[in-house]
Every structure is written in C-alpha cells, then in structure tokens.
Design a protein around this ligand. Structure first.
Ligand code: SF4
Length: 167
C-alpha cells in the first residue's frame, strides 16, 4: 500500500486562496511526492462551495465570519467534512496544511479582528482532521513529515516481509 498525503491545494500551486493566489512550496521532497502520486489535494473552502476570489474570513468564537460580516461557518464546516472524507478514502497517513488559515491552520490562526494578529488555534478543517486521528503538519514541518513517512514505510516493509515468511 502506498501511503498518501492530504495537502492544502494552495501549497501545491493551485490558485485557490481568497485573493486568487497560491502558496506554492517547491523543494525536492515535494517534487518526489508529486512524482510518486502521493499527494491528495484539497481546498476546504472551495470544497465547501466558496468561490475564488472570496472575502477573507476569520474565526470568531465558534463561527467563521467574512470581512464583510457574512457568517460562512456552514461552508467552512462542509469543506472540512470533504477534507476528512478524502483523507479517509485515500489511505492518507497525515496531512500538510497551510498555517494560519481559518480552514487549514494547525498551530495559529488570525484572531478574528482582521488586524493581522495571530493566536494559538486551529482552522476548521485542520481541527476536524486531528479530531478524527489524522496528524496535521504545516508547510514548515515538511522534514518532520518526511521522517514520519519514511518510518511508516519501513515498518510496512518489515511487516510484509514477516508475513511472506509465515505463509
Ligand atoms: Fe489554501 Fe486551505 Fe485556504 Fe484553500 S482553504 S486556499 S487550501 S489555506
């Protein structure tokens, strides 16, 4: 079995950010994962039905509110559910999601004042993935993620070797 990686689409070069831009990561590890066909891309905000470009939004209490004041909690929740569905259906071992996003952030998000201030916290999709057992790394933790994948593949190979000896 080849372990897959669920990744924020904007990190893979998709222009799906609120402003129509991407947050492309380019390095050797990413290139290898792409060539191996390991990456499952998702943009939870688009998966929840939001367009590009769109109004930026931030988490305020238990809601997600756009800069113009629209409650977009249901779109964010639906997109998070889609990210979880993709992770469950694709042998995903872990996720790599864009830090600070109200959907994909895994350590820090903006504080809800649209002033650029950040607070500890997780985006809606990242939190749902973690609650359901999928570890979420951010784009600054690619090497850590690479090590986890390497170890998991080694264990899988050892397991298969032992099973082949027994049967
Ligand atoms: Fe990128 Fe996630 Fe925002 Fe989509 S929702 S643009 S994948 S950070």
């Amino acid at each position: 079995m080849m372990f897959k990686i669920l990744m924020s689409a904007c990190l893979c070069g998709e222009h799906c950010r609120y402003d129509g831009k991407a947050n492309t990561i380019e390095n050797k590890i990413m290139n290898t994962w792409k060539e191996e066909g390991r990456i499952v891309m998702v943009c939870p905000e688009m998966a929840g039905g939001l367009p590009v470009p769109r109004d930026p939004a931030e988490i305020i209490g238990n809601k997600v509110i756009s800069k113009s004041g629209r409650d977009v909690t249901s779109e964010y929740t639906e997109g998070a559910g889609e990210a979880l569905r993709l992770a469950r259906e694709n042998d995903v071992i872990f996720c790599i999601m864009k830090e600070n996003s109200p959907s994909c952030g895994s350590h820090e998000v903006y504080d809800g004042t649209f002033s650029g201030k950040k607070v500890f916290g997780m985006g809606i999709a990242a939190a749902m993935l973690e609650e359901n057992g999928f570890r979420v790394y951010n784009e600054h933790q690619i090497i850590e993620a690479y090590r986890e994948l390497d170890e998991a593949e080694y264990e899988e190979e050892m397991y298969e070797a032992v099973m082949n000896l027994r049967f």
